[in-house]
Design a binder for this molecule. Structure first.
Ligand SMILES: NC(=O)c1ccc[n+]([C@@H]2O[C@H](COP(=O)([O-])OP(=O)(O)OC[C@H]3O[C@@H](n4cnc5c(N)ncnc54)[C@H](O)[C@@H]3O)[C@@H](O)[C@H]2O)c1
Length: 287
C-alpha cells in the first residue's frame, strides 16, 4: 500500500522539466527561481563552484533540482548529458541564458559561445521536441542597435559552417582594423542578431512538432554582467539612463517575460523576439 501511495504521489508531483543554461549567472538564477516554482530544474553553467552553491541553495529551499551539470556549452559531452536529462515523450522548456559580453571575452569567444554553442545546443535537443516544448534564447538589445551589414548577417546565418570564425574575423577586422577596441562589442551585437535569426528560421520546423522558439532581447539589466558593462562602457550607461521605464532592468524582469512566453497564454507567439529593455531601443530609434 505504501508503495502504491508513493507511486501515486510521484505521479502527482511530476512536473515538466526546464533546462536553464547560464544558471549560475544573474538571469539564469532568476529564471531558476521563477520556473522552479512549477518545473523540475535542470541547471548548467561553466562556473562550477557557483553552480554547486546555487543547486544546494535551491534544494534547501524545496525546489526540485532534477539535474545539474557543470561544463562548457562548447563541449559535446555536456550537450549529450543535457539531452539525457529530458524525459522521453514529455515536453520541456529551455531557457538559454549562457553568454559572454564584450568586457568578458574577445570577439572570437563571443561568437563561439553566443552563436556557435547556441546552434549546437539546439541541434542536440531538437530530436526530443514534443508538442508543448518551448525554447527561449536570451539575445540582447544590442542586436537591435548594431549596424545592419547583410554580408555579415548572411555569414552568421550558418553558425556551423567550415571556417566561419576565420571568415567572420576577416570581415570584422576588415571593417574596424585588427586592434579596434570595438571588435568585441560589434561581434557581440552581431552574435545576438544571429540568435534572433535562429529563432525565425527554426519556427516553421518547430511548429510542425507543436513546439515554439523565441528570443528575448534584454536592455541593461543589473546582473554581474550588466554592472560590469556599465562600469566599462559609458554607452551602456547612456542606454540604461535613456530607458523610458526610468530604471535599470532587474533579472526578474527577464524571468517574468520568459515565463509569459513559455506559458499557454503565449501559444500563438513563436519565431520572434521580445525586447525587454525599458523602452531604450525605441528611444534610440526615435532620436
Ligand atoms: N545583464 C545584461 O545587462 C544583459 C543585457 C543584454 C543581454 N544579456 C544577455 O543575457 C544573458 C545572461 O546574462 P547575465 O547578465 O545573466 O550574465 P552573467 O555573466 O551573470 O551570466 C552568464 C552565465 O553564462 C555562463 N557562461 C558563459 N560562457 C559559458 C559557456 N561557454 N558554457 C556554459 N556557461 C557559460 C557564465 O558562467 C555565467 O554564469 C547573456 O546571454 C547576455 O548576453 C544580458
Amino acid at each position: 500500500l505504501i508503495g502504491a501511495v508513493q507511486e501515486e504521489t510521484n505521479i502527482a508531483m511530476h512536473q515538466q522539466r526546464v533546462v536553464i543554461t547560464g544558471a549560475a549567472g544573474g538571469l539564469g538564477r532568476a529564471c531558476a527561481r521563477l520556473f522552479g516554482a512549477s518545473h523540475d530544474l535542470v541547471l548548467t553553467d561553466v562556473a562550477e563552484p557557483v553552480l554547486r552553491q546555487l543547486e544546494t541553495e535551491l534544494a534547501a529551499e524545496g525546489y526540485i533540482v532534477a539535474g545539474s551539470h557543470a561544463g562548457d556549452l562548447g563541449d559535446d559531452r555536456l550537450l549529450t548529458r543535457l539531452a539525457g536529462e529530458l524525459m522521453p515523450d514529455d515536453a520541456f522548456t529551455l531557457i538559454h541564458t549562457a553568454g559572454l559580453s564584450p568586457t568578458l571575452a574577445d570577439w572570437k569567444s563571443i561568437i563561439e559561445v553566443n552563436l556557435v554553442a547556441t546552434e549546437r545546443l539546439l541541434r542536440n535537443l531538437e530530436p526530443q521536441l514534443q508538442p508543448g516544448t518551448v525554447a527561449i534564447l536570451v539575445a540582447s538589445a544590442a542586436a537591435h542597435s548594431a549596424p545592419v551589414i547583410p554580408e555579415i548577417d548572411q555569414l552568421l546565418a550558418d553558425p556551423l559552417a567550415d571556417g566561419l570564425i576565420d571568415r567572420f574575423g576577416t570581415a570584422l577586422t576588415g571593417m574596424l582594423g585588427p586592434d579596434s577596441p570595438m571588435l568585441g562589442g560589434l561581434a557581440y551585437a552581431f552574435s545576438k542578431r544571429a540568435v534572433l535569426r535562429i529563432c525565425e528560421r527554426r519556427a516553421a520546423a518547430w511548429g510542425q512538432k507543436g513546439a515554439r522558439i523565441l528570443s528575448i532581447s534584454p536592455g541593461v539589466i543589473a546582473t554581474p554582467m550588466g554592472k560590469r558593462e556599465m562600469e566599462k562602457d559609458p554607452m551602456v550607461v547612456a542606454m540604461a539612463e535613456s530607458a523610458p521605464a526610468g530604471r535599470t532592468g532587474r533579472a526578474v524582469d527577464i524571468a517574468f517575460a520568459a515565463r509569459f512566453l513559455a506559458s499557454a497564454e503565449a501559444s500563438f507567439i513563436t519565431g520572434c523576439d521580445l525586447r525587454v529593455d525599458g523602452g531604450s531601443i525605441a528611444v534610440a530609434r526615435g532620436a
